[in-house]
Design a protein around this ligand. Structure first.
Ligand code: MG
Length: 173
């Protein structure tokens, strides 16, 4: 049962944070988990954070794969996490890309990082306490999205994700 008390959120980029960024992954067999990914999510769960995934998926706009493929992959990722005792509370993905815009996703153009639309939508959907919330990503656009959304953003440059997350939360990194 989900605890709906208002609490801070950890906004996690997907590719390059939870899984290795191989470029336009859309199938489970393309997911190579980053070291510490599941233990990081489990640790955040235990510390009372909402755990949200916010990912740019311009591959949809580009026609490389479709929205159901993204959603299926996210269900699979959540299932793998759950099997490891870790819970991802929700996912958002940005299908829009300005160079491949045929109008299908233009109403959610600001969901694409560095825009903060995905963060804002999650905060409208869940009881999120801004204080203590943070974002972690592997690109400057993730940090910029965090700033636009009013939360601190941190760059993950590789290594163990749990180590990085603990440094942020406990060390005020
Ligand atoms: Mg990334």
């Amino acid at each position: 049962m989900t605890d709906l008390t208002s609490r801070p959120a950890a906004f996690l980029d997907r590719d390059g944070v939870l899984n290795e960024d191989i470029g336009y992954a859309y199938r489970p067999d393309q997911i190579i988990w980053v070291e510490g990914a599941m233990s990081a999510v489990r640790w955040l769960n235990g510390r009372g954070f909402w755990v949200f995934v916010v990912t740019n998926q311009a591959g949809v706009a580009r026609g490389l794969y479709d929205a159901p493929a993204v959603e299926n992959l996210h269900r699979w990722m959540a299932g793998e996490m759950a099997a490891a005792g870790a819970r991802i509370d929700d996912f958002r993905y940005a299908a829009f890309h300005p160079d491949f815009d045929d109008g299908r996703f233009s109403d959610r153009a600001d969901w694409r990082k560095p825009g903060a639309g995905m963060l804002r939508d999650l905060c409208a959907s869940w009881p999120v306490t801004p204080a203590g919330s943070f974002m972690i990503g592997d690109r400057d656009s993730d940090v910029a999205a965090a700033a636009a959304g009013g939360v601190p953003g941190y760059l993950f440059t590789g290594g163990n994700l749990l180590t990085a997350v603990r440094a942020i939360v406990e060390g005020g990194a």
